[in-house]
Structure formats: structure tokens, C-alpha cells
Design a protein around this ligand. Sequence first.
Ligand SMILES: [Zn+2]
Length: 239
Amino acid sequence: MKRTYLIIAITVAVYVCTKCFYSNGMVAVSKELTLKDVSVVIDPGHGGLDNGASVGKIYESELNLKISFALKDELESRGAKVYMTREDEQDMTKRNHHYSKQDDMYLRVKKIDSYKSDYLMSIHLNSAPASSAWGSQVFYYKNSDKGKRLAEEIQSTMKEITGSPKRISGSSFRVLRATQTVGVLIECGFISNANERGQLQSSKYHQKLAVKICDGLENYREKYPEDTIKKEDFEKILN
Ligand SMILES: [Zn+2]
């Protein structure tokens, strides 16, 4: 009898260990560092006295930050170096009085280019008077071909999760216009739409968005290797 128990115990132990070994092995193998040597500045839109769009006590600035952290984790898990313009509920001036959009944007733009990163991703949520408006949308600086190509790829992978029928759009948003870094501004969905607002408050959804944004960046880099800016060229543009 005792021997039977011993054999069962050993069999169970071996099975459990084997499973652990393989599952750990799988994680290590499946996470390829596909974005190694790539650097990204994430700009969580708004912050501080500027909440961005809001519905009741649900603020765009807070959700932008949460999505940005999920994006940071996903980018880093693929080997990217990540910088953030803010990591808490403060704007760039860090003042809690006399909010100035001018000052905030001036400092934000300077901070973004100071990292000399390959890409900029400014994270926002959209809002409209009509509560029926919905859908993620990626913007690029209207004179940037690289930005446009990057936006196209991210819009396309995000669509797989958001289902958005929207198309990318060229814009003159200051954060894109005034920075030298190849960038996109991503409106992850409408905070004014009840259905999307629900999704946009879920950390699981943040992770899914992060995965799709990273997939888009990878697709862009694979499709347009000639777009990858060299550090020396970047220096020349800045000087
Ligand atoms: Zn915004």
C-alpha cells in the first residue's frame, strides 16, 4: 500500500515539475525582443489642472495615464526603451495654480525631443457632443510621411480590437507639429460614448490596446525599414 502511495506521489511531483519547467520555458521562448534597440516616448495627454475630456468623475487625463502605463509595459516586454512625459497626475509645469496650456505644451514638446527617441506616441481619448460618436483614431502631423505610415499601421492593428471604422487623419496638433520625433497621436476611443467609456476604464482593455499599438509599430518597422532614423541625422535636424 505504502509503495503505491509513494509511486503516485512521485508521479504527481514529476508531472507538476515538468509542467512548471515547460510553462516557464515557453514564456522565455515566446517573448522575443522584437523592439530591441527601439526607443519610444509616451505622452499621456493632459494632467494636473487639465483633465482633458470628462464625464462625471471619469477624467481623460487619468485614463490616458493608465493606458500609457500598459503601453509602457508592453513595449518594454518587447525590448523597447521607454520614456514618459509624465508618470503622475501633474502637467509639465507641475503647478497646481494658474494652469497654462501654452506653458504645458512648450515644456512637453521640449521634453519629448530631449529623449531623442525613435518614436512619440501621445495618448488621448476623444469626446463629442453626440454620445453616439465612437471609434479609435490615429493622427499624424500632416507634413510627415513617416508619421502617416506609422499612423496607418497602428490604426489598422487597433481596429482588430476597437472595431473602429475611422481612418487616420493628418493634423497640426502642436505635440506632433512642434516635435522632431516621428510621432502619432492616438485617440483610443470616445469617453463620451457609454459603451467605449466602459471599455476604456478596464485594465484588461488597456492591455489589449497596448498589444495592438505595439503590433502596429512592429508592422511599420517591418514594412518600412528605410524610415528608421539614424541618431546622427536626428542631431543634424535639431542643430
Ligand atoms: Zn486629449
